[in-house]
Design a binder for this molecule. Structure first.
Ligand SMILES: [Zn+2]
Length: 353
């Protein structure tokens, strides 16, 4: 029984439990995706499962009962909880493909104190450097997303000064580490952003994301095509909008969406946050076929979450993506050259009669 199976059993038990047990079960189900190794292996070694996050004496006993006598699961895992990778699976893959993990040069989605993150720009930069990265992109929320502390043009410009100062301190560093200016641009369901173009023009990269009308059942292909055609956008972030055990996310003709991304040379994202893992392996396989670029971002809300990158790398390997099509394996010069080319194309279109 693997950690993802234990997570499913915990989530199912939560459906019939009363509070506060229900909350504990739901929390443990989510935490199981971040356990560093298989609970089954730990138990076989005689270690207590209370060493694992979210597990107290009661759940320890419950899980041991399941390990001894695995319950028959009559129904398959529902889609709202299906196809999520565990950190333990990622660690197994890391020993098999060490270079895919060690050659990552940067992380392209994270939040700081400027919006809803818990670390400063400098904190995130230092954590990234200690992971051996050459760059990170700071992608705080834009002003339309008030609930997540979205920032306006003025704050974005002040953040730019802070980033410049951090880069100045980092200069002369052996790794030539660099903090890139970016944003998580909040997109309306029609694919429009919520910030002045002139403010976006000063950024290195723009990540565009939907945060509204995410429970629509009808096909949403048109909104994705519109978002990709939005000239400000380089990367389409957490495309489907799914969240583990909370929201299924949107559906679309993904082949058409990824084909347009390929045609415009734009990237679609693997948001590596454990509850998101969006795009999933299945959708990434379609993206590979259509040939579009992939970006990986941890969506970190604090320095320790940069480790979520392992989930994205694992998804990329399992979907057989070519690292050459993944932005995070590019040196920063090459990445910025690509971003600049997309901008040029847009400017040319804007000035052409
Ligand atoms: Zn978001």
């Amino acid at each position: 029984m693997r950690n993802c199976d234990i997570a499913e059993l915990l989530a199912r038990a939560a459906e019939h439990a009363k509070q506060p047990l229900q909350r504990a079960l739901r929390r443990a189900a989510r935490r199981a995706f971040l356990w560093p190794e298989e609970a089954e292996d730990m138990h076989a070694r005689g270690e207590s499962l209370t060493l694992l996050s979210g597990i107290g004496p009661y759940l320890n006993k419950q899980i041991i009962d399941w390990l001894r006598d695995p319950p028959e699961l009559e129904e398959a895992t529902p889609e709202i909880r299906n196809n999520f990778l565990t950190l333990s699976e990622a660690r197994t893959l890391r020993t098999k493909y060490p270079e895919r993990f060690s050659e990552i040069r940067g992380d392209l989605q994270m939040h700081t104190l400027w919006s809803d993150g818990s670390g400063s720009v400098r904190d995130m930069a230092e954590a990234a450097m200690s992971r051996g990265y050459a760059y990170i992109a700071i992608t705080d929320h834009s002003k339309g997303l008030k609930i997540a502390g979205g920032i306006d043009e003025n704050q974005l410009s002040k953040q730019g000064e802070e980033i410049a100062a951090v880069n100045e301190v980092m200069r002369g560093n052996a790794a030539r580490f660099r903090v890139l200016r970016s944003i998580e641009l909040n997109l309306s369901p029609s694919g429009a952003g919520d910030m002045e173009q002139s403010a976006l023009d000063r950024l290195d990269l723009v990540l565009g994301c939907f945060h509204s009308a995410l429970r629509r059942k009808e096909d949403q292909t048109e909104r994705y095509l519109a978002a990709l055609r939005n000239p400000s956008i380089h990367i389409l972030g957490h495309p489907r909008g799914r969240i583990y055990n909370f929201r299924l996310g949107l559906s679309a003709d993904w082949a058409r969406v990824f084909a347009l991304a390929a045609q415009l040379d734009k990237a679609v994202e693997i948001d590596c946050y454990p509850d998101r893992q969006d795009l999933s392996i299945e959708l990434l396989a379609i993206a590979r076929k259509e040939g579009c670029r992939i970006s990986m971002g941890t969506d970190s809300h604090g320095p320790s979450q940069l480790a979520f990158m392992e989930l994205g790398i694992t998804a990329a390997i399992r979907a057989k993506l070519d690292p050459k099509r993944i932005l995070n394996y590019m040196p920063s010069d090459e990445l910025l050259e690509w971003a600049g080319k997309i901008r040029e194309l847009i400017t040319r279109r804007r000035t052409d009669p």
